[in-house]
Ligand binder design. Sequence first.
Ligand SMILES: [Zn+2]
Length: 294
Amino acid sequence: MKTLKITILASVLIAMTTSIWAENLKLNLRSQSKDAADTKVNTERVMWDSKKTALIICDMWDDHWCKSASRRVGEMAPVLNDTIKIARAKGIFIIHAPSSVIDFYKDTSQRNLAQKAPFAKAPIKLSTSPRWGTAWCWTDGKREGVLPIDDSDMGCSCKGEKCDIREAWKRQNKLIDIAEGDAVTDNGQETYNLLAEREIDNVILCGVHLNMCVLGRPFAIRQMVKVGKNVALMRDMTDTMYNPERPPGVDHFTGTDLVIEHIEKFWCPSFTSTDITGKKAFRFKEDKRKKSRK
Ligand SMILES: [Zn+2]
């Protein structure tokens, strides 16, 4: 009898702990003022309901035309996968968005989930401007200044000979698991439908590349902010296309930090994967700086 009581008590305690763990996500959201004179960095501790939160993984492809970019994605992918696993276990809805290679996932249950989500009308017209195979949200002059890095050369960061631009990707990186219950889409309306169906208000963005697709894709930061979601960037799970030989002439990783700063000023706050995993924030091996803003 005594053993039974202890067992019941233990089960209740485990259930309580699990439910608290599953429902709540404590994030340290970092943001900055748009006012250039105000350089103070603000961190706000918020609690998000993980069941009302989606994690969107942008363009973590299997390969890239820039060898350096491809190498960095390969280094980040297993760490991101571990983070996704924990996020999924917390009840966060996972959307894989490997743009323009969605057909690779044709007829999978994860692709069907996105296609079958009932139509939901967004409060604003979703972008239809075509670029790189999806509908693009361009730089918004009313809301943001120009990007702090010059990526007009497309940002190959390789030393010496520059890589040729080509469509090198065929699927999402194999090191990222696509589990049952996850969705696969690169479409803005499908993303909106999936979120509406689950009454999801909070959207976390991660993946690559921050100065391009993580801002501009139809499921990414600009569009999600404009449809009224609470958006946050997971800032250690991203990278940029930036060639340090271009303005402002800083190293690649400082270039990424500058774009994060831009986003924190004009679009949405950011946090590190530590808030999900409890582990140290990710840092690329090639990032030899003594200090970063992370
Ligand atoms: Zn390159």
